[in-house]
Design a protein around this ligand. Structure first.
Ligand SMILES: Nc1ncnc2c1ncn2[C@@H]1O[C@H](COP(=O)(O)OP(=O)(O)OP(=O)(O)O)[C@@H](O)[C@H]1O
Length: 285
């Protein structure tokens, strides 16, 4: 408080929140410094369904967003990518799906390099991707959206539609409804259903619960688990970090395009550093 009773902080006073944020930022920098020194230890490409190793990628020439990210996915796993805004989570998933070129590092699927392959080649190889936004064709019906998902194998449509409608009954019950008339949560089911039409072995989900009510968020998490139980391995970027870590097998905390922490969902949820730096309110900063 200033001498004249003004409650606003004076020029030399640092508000408690800003001070806390500065301490947390300093701590994050230390964590990243350590991450830089210790590369994430992984096995060889043949040991994983999917291996992204020391990836460097970015949008603008000369500006890297991923600064050496490593992620592994083993058959049957659900792997979460969490971290603060702008950490590069979506960029990592887009790079894996071939939407952003790999500048350095390796990217393999079942031991074979997929770096440089366009997205449609990845779909043919069994990788499905659900973008965060604009992930349905609003003027098309649910059925037509799912047909778009099966465009590479139109003859398998009926069979796959049956499988997908078993997982997401809404899609069968309302197959003639325009996707644009659905709620955000229902659209997310259409988007996931569409990606599953090609019977992928890996499903990449970019913030599937963003903008959804808590009830729909929970439904999405449950559906992801059910999809995983059918044998689909999942990599998901999530803003609801706590809930995601509860349902995933392993998680990666990214920060400034680098691996900050990695471990089982339970270990990350209970790690005091992860709680302090990434799961608390300061993580949003
Ligand atoms: N199309 C783009 N062109 C240029 N820079 C981009 C583009 N998309 C994202 N970026 C930048 O890349 C950085 C990482 O963005 P990214 O979307 O991967 O972060 P994120 O961890 O997914 O965060 P958020 O939770 O905010 O989506 C940000 O600084 C962002 O501004």
């Amino acid at each position: 408080m200033t001498e004249n009773g003004d409650l606003r902080p004076g020029p030399d006073e640092v508000p408690a929140e800003a001070e806390e944020a500065a301490v947390a930022q300093e701590h994050r920098e230390e964590v990243l410094e350590q991450a830089r020194a210790e590369a994430v230890e992984v096995g060889g490409p043949e040991d994983y369904l999917l291996l992204a190793r020391d990836l460097v990628a970015g949008y603008v020439p000369g500006v890297n967003i991923l600064n050496g990210c490593t992620l592994t996915l083993t058959e049957g796993e659900v792997v979460a990518i969490i971290g603060p805004n702008g950490a590069g989570k979506s960029t990592l998933i887009k790079t894996i799906f071939g939407l952003i070129p790999v500048r350095e590092g390796g990217l393999t699927l079942r031991g074979a390099s997929i770096a440089g392959l366009p997205a449609h080649s990845l779909v043919e190889r069994g990788v499905g991707y659900v973008p965060q936004t604009q992930n349905v064709f609003p003027s098309l019906s649910i059925e037509e959206n799912l047909q778009m998902g099966a465009y590479l194998r139109p003859r398998s449509f009926a069979e796959r539609f049956g499988v997908v409608a078993d997982l997401f009954p809404l899609l069968g019950e309302r197959r003639k409804a325009k996707a644009g008339s659905l709620s955000g949560g229902e659209r997310q089911m259409v988007a996931m259903g569409r990606a599953l039409m090609m019977n992928p072995s890996v499903l990449l989900l970019d913030e599937p619960t963003a903008g959804l009510s808590p009830i729909y968020q929970e439904e999405v998490f449950q559906r992801v688990k059910e999809v995983n139980e059918t044998g689909v391995s999942v990599v998901m970027v999530e803003q609801n970090a706590r809930r995601c870590l509860q349902i995933c097998d392993r998680g990666y905390v990214l920060d400034q395009g680098r691996n900050a922490y990695t471990g089982s969902g339970g270990d990350l949820l209970n790690d005091p550093n992860v709680i302090e730096l990434y799961l608390g309110t300061l993580a949003k900063g």
